[in-house]
Design a protein around this ligand. Structure first.
Ligand code: ATP
Length: 357
Protein backbone atom coordinates (compact mmCIF):
# COMPACT_ATOMS: atom_id res chain seq x y z
CA UNK A 1 0.00 0.00 0.00
CA UNK A 2 1.28 3.46 -0.81
CA UNK A 3 -1.47 5.76 0.33
CA UNK A 4 -0.47 9.32 1.22
CA UNK A 5 -1.90 10.91 4.35
CA UNK A 6 -1.31 14.61 4.96
CA UNK A 7 -2.76 15.68 8.31
CA UNK A 8 -3.11 19.29 9.44
CA UNK A 9 0.10 20.29 7.70
CA UNK A 10 1.37 23.86 7.85
CA UNK A 11 4.56 25.02 6.11
CA UNK A 12 6.16 28.45 6.34
CA UNK A 13 8.77 30.31 4.31
CA UNK A 14 10.19 32.69 6.90
CA UNK A 15 7.20 34.69 8.07
CA UNK A 16 4.96 33.57 5.14
CA UNK A 17 2.47 30.85 6.00
CA UNK A 18 2.47 29.13 2.57
CA UNK A 19 0.50 25.98 3.51
CA UNK A 20 -2.08 26.45 6.24
CA UNK A 21 -3.55 23.42 8.03
CA UNK A 22 -3.99 21.19 4.96
CA UNK A 23 -5.31 17.63 5.33
CA UNK A 24 -5.51 15.23 2.38
CA UNK A 25 -5.89 11.49 2.25
CA UNK A 26 -4.87 9.99 -1.10
CA UNK A 27 -5.56 6.34 -1.80
CA UNK A 28 -3.00 3.92 -3.12
CA UNK A 29 -2.94 4.11 -6.94
CA UNK A 30 -4.92 7.34 -7.08
CA UNK A 31 -3.97 10.32 -9.26
CA UNK A 32 -4.72 13.58 -7.46
CA UNK A 33 -4.28 17.05 -8.95
CA UNK A 34 -3.46 19.95 -6.64
CA UNK A 35 -5.02 22.92 -8.41
CA UNK A 36 -4.81 26.57 -7.49
CA UNK A 37 -3.71 30.01 -8.67
CA UNK A 38 -0.12 31.20 -8.56
CA UNK A 39 1.17 31.62 -5.00
CA UNK A 40 -1.52 29.49 -3.30
CA UNK A 41 1.04 27.05 -1.89
CA UNK A 42 0.88 24.11 -4.34
CA UNK A 43 4.63 23.78 -4.86
CA UNK A 44 5.33 24.30 -1.17
CA UNK A 45 2.97 21.42 -0.33
CA UNK A 46 4.69 19.21 -2.92
CA UNK A 47 8.15 20.11 -1.57
CA UNK A 48 7.01 19.20 1.94
CA UNK A 49 5.69 15.83 0.73
CA UNK A 50 9.03 15.23 -1.03
CA UNK A 51 10.91 16.04 2.19
CA UNK A 52 12.58 19.09 0.65
CA UNK A 53 10.88 21.41 3.15
CA UNK A 54 10.11 20.74 6.84
CA UNK A 55 6.57 21.02 8.19
CA UNK A 56 5.81 23.38 11.08
CA UNK A 57 2.68 21.53 12.12
CA UNK A 58 1.01 18.25 11.27
CA UNK A 59 2.28 14.99 9.77
CA UNK A 60 2.90 13.40 6.36
CA UNK A 61 2.86 9.61 5.99
CA UNK A 62 3.20 7.30 2.97
CA UNK A 63 2.10 3.68 3.21
CA UNK A 64 1.63 4.07 6.96
CA UNK A 65 5.23 5.29 7.44
CA UNK A 66 5.47 8.74 8.99
CA UNK A 67 7.89 10.85 6.94
CA UNK A 68 7.43 14.38 8.32
CA UNK A 69 6.37 16.02 11.54
CA UNK A 70 7.51 19.18 13.29
CA UNK A 71 11.22 18.81 14.03
CA UNK A 72 11.59 15.56 12.06
CA UNK A 73 11.91 15.15 8.27
CA UNK A 74 12.97 11.84 6.71
CA UNK A 75 15.53 12.73 4.00
CA UNK A 76 14.15 12.98 0.42
CA UNK A 77 16.18 10.02 -0.85
CA UNK A 78 14.85 7.79 1.94
CA UNK A 79 11.17 8.55 1.36
CA UNK A 80 10.50 6.36 -1.68
CA UNK A 81 9.11 9.37 -3.51
CA UNK A 82 9.77 10.19 -7.19
CA UNK A 83 9.81 13.71 -8.61
CA UNK A 84 9.04 14.95 -12.13
CA UNK A 85 9.97 18.65 -12.39
CA UNK A 86 8.48 21.35 -14.60
CA UNK A 87 11.49 21.33 -16.93
CA UNK A 88 12.89 17.87 -17.66
CA UNK A 89 16.35 18.87 -16.26
CA UNK A 90 18.15 15.89 -17.79
CA UNK A 91 21.87 15.35 -17.25
CA UNK A 92 23.25 16.78 -20.52
CA UNK A 93 26.37 14.58 -20.59
CA UNK A 94 24.40 11.32 -20.20
CA UNK A 95 22.44 9.51 -22.90
CA UNK A 96 18.68 8.97 -22.65
CA UNK A 97 19.28 5.43 -21.31
CA UNK A 98 21.81 6.63 -18.75
CA UNK A 99 19.47 9.37 -17.62
CA UNK A 100 16.66 6.86 -17.16
CA UNK A 101 18.96 4.47 -15.31
CA UNK A 102 20.51 7.12 -13.08
CA UNK A 103 18.63 5.99 -9.99
CA UNK A 104 18.47 2.27 -10.85
CA UNK A 105 20.67 0.23 -8.48
CA UNK A 106 23.89 -1.04 -10.06
CA UNK A 107 24.43 2.22 -11.94
CA UNK A 108 27.83 3.09 -10.60
CA UNK A 109 30.16 0.15 -10.08
CA UNK A 110 27.56 -2.58 -9.52
CA UNK A 111 28.93 -4.82 -12.29
CA UNK A 112 26.99 -7.94 -11.27
CA UNK A 113 23.68 -6.20 -11.67
CA UNK A 114 24.47 -4.71 -15.08
CA UNK A 115 22.15 -6.98 -17.06
CA UNK A 116 19.16 -6.45 -14.77
CA UNK A 117 19.76 -2.71 -14.88
CA UNK A 118 19.96 -2.66 -18.69
CA UNK A 119 16.71 -4.62 -18.86
CA UNK A 120 14.98 -2.16 -16.50
CA UNK A 121 16.20 0.81 -18.59
CA UNK A 122 14.93 -0.84 -21.80
CA UNK A 123 11.58 -1.60 -20.16
CA UNK A 124 11.15 1.99 -18.97
CA UNK A 125 12.23 3.49 -22.30
CA UNK A 126 9.63 1.26 -23.97
CA UNK A 127 7.01 2.25 -21.42
CA UNK A 128 7.36 5.95 -22.23
CA UNK A 129 7.58 5.31 -25.98
CA UNK A 130 11.31 5.98 -26.38
CA UNK A 131 12.54 2.42 -26.92
CA UNK A 132 14.47 3.45 -30.04
CA UNK A 133 16.12 6.52 -28.56
CA UNK A 134 18.12 5.27 -25.58
CA UNK A 135 21.47 6.25 -27.15
CA UNK A 136 20.42 9.80 -27.98
CA UNK A 137 21.81 12.79 -26.12
CA UNK A 138 19.28 15.03 -24.28
CA UNK A 139 19.96 17.93 -26.67
CA UNK A 140 18.69 15.75 -29.54
CA UNK A 141 15.22 15.40 -27.98
CA UNK A 142 12.03 17.42 -28.37
CA UNK A 143 10.48 18.98 -25.25
CA UNK A 144 7.88 16.21 -25.03
CA UNK A 145 10.49 13.46 -25.42
CA UNK A 146 12.65 15.06 -22.71
CA UNK A 147 9.64 15.08 -20.34
CA UNK A 148 9.08 11.37 -21.07
CA UNK A 149 12.70 10.69 -20.08
CA UNK A 150 12.20 12.65 -16.85
CA UNK A 151 9.10 10.56 -16.14
CA UNK A 152 10.90 7.28 -16.83
CA UNK A 153 13.80 8.42 -14.63
CA UNK A 154 11.41 9.19 -11.78
CA UNK A 155 9.62 5.81 -12.16
CA UNK A 156 12.87 3.82 -12.39
CA UNK A 157 13.40 3.17 -8.66
CA UNK A 158 9.72 2.10 -8.38
CA UNK A 159 8.68 4.95 -6.07
CA UNK A 160 5.75 4.44 -3.73
CA UNK A 161 4.59 7.91 -4.60
CA UNK A 162 5.22 10.09 -7.66
CA UNK A 163 5.11 13.89 -7.41
CA UNK A 164 4.71 15.88 -10.63
CA UNK A 165 5.27 19.65 -10.50
CA UNK A 166 3.52 21.21 -13.53
CA UNK A 167 5.27 18.68 -15.79
CA UNK A 168 3.47 19.82 -18.94
CA UNK A 169 3.62 23.58 -18.42
CA UNK A 170 6.58 24.18 -20.74
CA UNK A 171 5.08 22.22 -23.67
CA UNK A 172 2.98 23.64 -26.49
CA UNK A 173 -0.78 23.11 -26.32
CA UNK A 174 -1.13 20.22 -28.74
CA UNK A 175 1.77 18.24 -27.31
CA UNK A 176 0.58 18.96 -23.78
CA UNK A 177 -2.89 17.57 -24.39
CA UNK A 178 -1.60 14.33 -25.91
CA UNK A 179 1.24 13.76 -23.45
CA UNK A 180 -0.76 14.42 -20.33
CA UNK A 181 -3.40 11.90 -21.37
CA UNK A 182 -0.70 9.33 -22.08
CA UNK A 183 1.04 9.97 -18.77
CA UNK A 184 -2.20 9.66 -16.80
CA UNK A 185 -2.92 6.32 -18.50
CA UNK A 186 0.58 5.10 -17.82
CA UNK A 187 0.42 6.05 -14.14
CA UNK A 188 -2.93 4.31 -13.80
CA UNK A 189 -1.61 1.18 -15.54
CA UNK A 190 1.38 1.15 -13.19
CA UNK A 191 -0.87 1.71 -10.17
CA UNK A 192 1.44 4.54 -9.05
CA UNK A 193 0.02 6.87 -6.41
CA UNK A 194 0.58 10.31 -7.92
CA UNK A 195 0.18 13.96 -7.00
CA UNK A 196 0.20 16.42 -9.88
CA UNK A 197 0.50 20.15 -9.27
CA UNK A 198 -1.13 22.39 -11.86
CA UNK A 199 -2.74 25.80 -12.21
CA UNK A 200 -4.59 24.58 -15.32
CA UNK A 201 -8.24 23.77 -14.54
CA UNK A 202 -8.75 21.68 -17.65
CA UNK A 203 -5.66 19.61 -16.93
CA UNK A 204 -6.80 18.92 -13.37
CA UNK A 205 -10.39 18.07 -14.33
CA UNK A 206 -9.51 15.83 -17.29
CA UNK A 207 -6.65 13.87 -15.70
CA UNK A 208 -7.26 13.45 -12.02
CA UNK A 209 -9.33 10.97 -10.04
CA UNK A 210 -9.73 13.71 -7.45
CA UNK A 211 -8.83 17.38 -7.36
CA UNK A 212 -7.51 19.28 -4.32
CA UNK A 213 -8.32 22.95 -4.89
CA UNK A 214 -6.04 25.31 -2.93
CA UNK A 215 -6.61 28.99 -2.16
CA UNK A 216 -4.29 31.16 -0.06
CA UNK A 217 -2.49 28.19 1.47
CA UNK A 218 -5.69 26.41 2.49
CA UNK A 219 -7.55 23.48 0.99
CA UNK A 220 -10.71 25.00 -0.49
CA UNK A 221 -12.21 21.67 -1.66
CA UNK A 222 -11.14 18.07 -2.24
CA UNK A 223 -13.39 16.04 -4.50
CA UNK A 224 -13.86 14.34 -7.85
CA UNK A 225 -13.65 16.54 -10.96
CA UNK A 226 -17.46 16.42 -11.20
CA UNK A 227 -17.88 17.46 -7.58
CA UNK A 228 -15.58 20.48 -7.74
CA UNK A 229 -17.15 21.60 -11.02
CA UNK A 230 -20.83 20.84 -10.39
CA UNK A 231 -20.95 21.24 -6.60
CA UNK A 232 -18.22 23.75 -5.71
CA UNK A 233 -17.84 24.30 -1.97
CA UNK A 234 -17.71 28.09 -2.30
CA UNK A 235 -18.24 30.88 -4.80
CA UNK A 236 -14.46 31.18 -5.06
CA UNK A 237 -14.09 27.51 -6.11
CA UNK A 238 -17.02 27.91 -8.53
CA UNK A 239 -15.32 30.81 -10.29
CA UNK A 240 -11.84 29.30 -10.20
CA UNK A 241 -12.61 25.90 -11.71
CA UNK A 242 -14.76 27.12 -14.61
CA UNK A 243 -16.81 29.87 -16.21
CA UNK A 244 -19.78 31.16 -14.23
CA UNK A 245 -22.86 33.24 -14.94
CA UNK A 246 -23.83 35.24 -11.88
CA UNK A 247 -27.23 36.84 -11.33
CA UNK A 248 -28.76 38.46 -8.27
CA UNK A 249 -32.17 37.15 -7.25
CA UNK A 250 -34.63 36.44 -4.46
CA UNK A 251 -34.73 33.08 -2.67
CA UNK A 252 -38.16 31.47 -2.54
CA UNK A 253 -38.58 27.86 -1.36
CA UNK A 254 -35.66 26.28 -3.17
CA UNK A 255 -35.84 28.57 -6.19
CA UNK A 256 -34.26 31.87 -7.13
CA UNK A 257 -36.42 34.48 -8.86
CA UNK A 258 -34.09 36.33 -11.20
CA UNK A 259 -33.73 37.64 -14.76
CA UNK A 260 -33.75 34.02 -16.03
CA UNK A 261 -37.13 33.34 -14.42
CA UNK A 262 -37.68 31.06 -11.45
CA UNK A 263 -34.60 28.85 -11.29
CA UNK A 264 -34.34 25.81 -9.05
CA UNK A 265 -31.22 26.15 -6.87
CA UNK A 266 -29.19 24.62 -4.06
CA UNK A 267 -27.99 26.96 -1.33
CA UNK A 268 -24.26 26.49 -0.65
CA UNK A 269 -22.85 27.16 2.82
CA UNK A 270 -25.92 28.90 4.25
CA UNK A 271 -29.67 28.49 4.74
CA UNK A 272 -31.42 31.45 3.13
CA UNK A 273 -34.74 32.71 4.44
CA UNK A 274 -37.61 33.16 1.97
CA UNK A 275 -37.32 36.63 0.46
CA UNK A 276 -33.55 36.86 1.02
CA UNK A 277 -31.39 38.34 -1.72
CA UNK A 278 -28.91 35.74 -3.02
CA UNK A 279 -26.33 35.38 -5.77
CA UNK A 280 -27.24 32.67 -8.27
CA UNK A 281 -24.34 30.99 -10.06
CA UNK A 282 -24.76 28.85 -13.16
CA UNK A 283 -22.34 27.21 -15.57
CA UNK A 284 -22.80 28.58 -19.11
CA UNK A 285 -23.79 25.14 -20.46
CA UNK A 286 -26.64 24.89 -17.94
CA UNK A 287 -28.47 27.69 -19.81
CA UNK A 288 -30.10 26.32 -22.95
CA UNK A 289 -32.46 27.58 -25.68
CA UNK A 290 -34.95 24.84 -24.81
CA UNK A 291 -38.44 26.19 -24.03
CA UNK A 292 -39.63 22.54 -24.01
CA UNK A 293 -37.88 22.20 -20.61
CA UNK A 294 -40.02 24.92 -19.09
CA UNK A 295 -42.92 23.67 -16.97
CA UNK A 296 -45.05 26.75 -17.68
CA UNK A 297 -45.02 29.07 -20.66
CA UNK A 298 -44.42 31.99 -18.29
CA UNK A 299 -41.16 30.51 -16.93
CA UNK A 300 -37.75 31.03 -18.52
CA UNK A 301 -36.56 34.21 -20.17
CA UNK A 302 -36.39 35.80 -23.63
CA UNK A 303 -33.01 36.77 -24.99
CA UNK A 304 -31.32 37.93 -28.19
CA UNK A 305 -27.98 36.56 -29.36
CA UNK A 306 -25.43 39.39 -29.16
CA UNK A 307 -22.17 37.60 -29.96
CA UNK A 308 -20.78 34.15 -30.70
CA UNK A 309 -17.25 33.12 -29.82
CA UNK A 310 -16.56 29.99 -31.87
CA UNK A 311 -14.10 27.43 -30.47
CA UNK A 312 -14.47 24.52 -32.92
CA UNK A 313 -16.06 21.83 -30.71
CA UNK A 314 -18.28 24.35 -28.94
CA UNK A 315 -19.03 28.04 -28.80
CA UNK A 316 -19.67 30.64 -26.15
CA UNK A 317 -22.76 32.69 -26.87
CA UNK A 318 -23.43 36.07 -25.31
CA UNK A 319 -27.20 36.47 -25.01
CA UNK A 320 -28.79 39.75 -23.92
CA UNK A 321 -31.78 39.03 -21.69
CA UNK A 322 -34.78 41.15 -22.69
CA UNK A 323 -35.48 41.90 -19.02
CA UNK A 324 -31.98 41.78 -17.57
CA UNK A 325 -28.24 41.63 -18.14
CA UNK A 326 -26.28 39.53 -20.64
CA UNK A 327 -25.58 35.88 -19.89
CA UNK A 328 -23.04 33.45 -21.34
CA UNK A 329 -24.17 30.12 -22.78
CA UNK A 330 -21.86 27.33 -23.93
CA UNK A 331 -23.31 25.25 -26.74
CA UNK A 332 -22.03 22.36 -28.83
CA UNK A 333 -21.05 23.81 -32.19
CA UNK A 334 -23.37 21.61 -34.23
CA UNK A 335 -26.51 23.75 -34.18
CA UNK A 336 -25.55 27.25 -33.30
CA UNK A 337 -27.94 30.19 -33.54
CA UNK A 338 -26.89 33.35 -35.38
CA UNK A 339 -26.23 36.79 -33.98
CA UNK A 340 -29.57 38.61 -33.69
CA UNK A 341 -31.65 35.43 -33.22
CA UNK A 342 -34.32 35.49 -30.52
CA UNK A 343 -34.19 32.60 -28.05
CA UNK A 344 -36.28 31.46 -25.13
CA UNK A 345 -33.94 30.23 -22.44
CA UNK A 346 -34.32 27.58 -19.78
CA UNK A 347 -31.91 26.41 -17.07
CA UNK A 348 -31.45 22.67 -17.34
CA UNK A 349 -30.07 21.85 -13.90
CA UNK A 350 -30.31 23.40 -10.44
CA UNK A 351 -28.14 26.46 -9.95
CA UNK A 352 -26.02 27.33 -6.91
CA UNK A 353 -27.17 30.03 -4.52
CA UNK A 354 -24.55 31.88 -2.48
CA UNK A 355 -25.02 34.50 0.21
CA UNK A 356 -25.16 38.03 -1.20
CA UNK A 357 -21.85 39.81 -0.64
N1 ATP B 1 11.64 30.33 -0.96
C1 ATP B 1 10.66 31.14 -0.57
N2 ATP B 1 10.88 32.15 0.32
C2 ATP B 1 9.88 32.94 0.74
N3 ATP B 1 8.59 32.82 0.33
C3 ATP B 1 8.32 31.86 -0.56
C4 ATP B 1 9.32 30.97 -1.06
N4 ATP B 1 8.73 30.10 -1.92
C5 ATP B 1 7.43 30.44 -1.97
N5 ATP B 1 7.17 31.48 -1.15
C6 ATP B 1 5.84 32.10 -0.91
O1 ATP B 1 4.97 31.10 -0.44
C7 ATP B 1 3.67 31.19 -1.03
C8 ATP B 1 3.35 29.92 -1.79
O2 ATP B 1 4.26 29.74 -2.87
P1 ATP B 1 4.24 28.44 -3.80
O3 ATP B 1 5.44 28.51 -4.68
O4 ATP B 1 4.06 27.24 -2.97
O5 ATP B 1 2.91 28.70 -4.64
P2 ATP B 1 2.40 27.99 -5.96
O6 ATP B 1 0.95 27.80 -5.75
O7 ATP B 1 3.21 26.78 -6.24
O8 ATP B 1 2.64 29.10 -7.04
P3 ATP B 1 3.09 28.97 -8.60
O9 ATP B 1 1.93 28.34 -9.31
O10 ATP B 1 3.31 30.40 -8.98
O11 ATP B 1 4.34 28.13 -8.61
C9 ATP B 1 3.74 32.43 -1.91
O12 ATP B 1 3.24 33.52 -1.15
C10 ATP B 1 5.21 32.61 -2.19
O13 ATP B 1 5.52 33.98 -2.40
Amino acid sequence: MSDLVVEHVSVTHGSTLAVDDVSLSIRSGELVAVLGPSGCGKTTLLLAIAGLLPVQEGTIAVGGRELSRSGRTVAPEKRGVGWVPQEASLFPHLSVGENIGFAVPGGRGGAGRGAARAARIAELAQLVGLGELTNRAPNQLSGGQAQRVALARALAPRPELLLLDEPFAALDTQLRTGLRREVAELLRDQGTTSVLVTHDQEEALTLADRVAVMHDGRLAQFGTPEEVYQQPASDWVASFVGDVVELTGTWRAGRVLCALGSVEATAVGFAPADGATVRLMLRPEWIVPRPDLLAQAAAGADARVAAISYAGHDAMITADLVDGPSVLMRMAAVELPSVGDDLRLAVQRPGLAFAAA
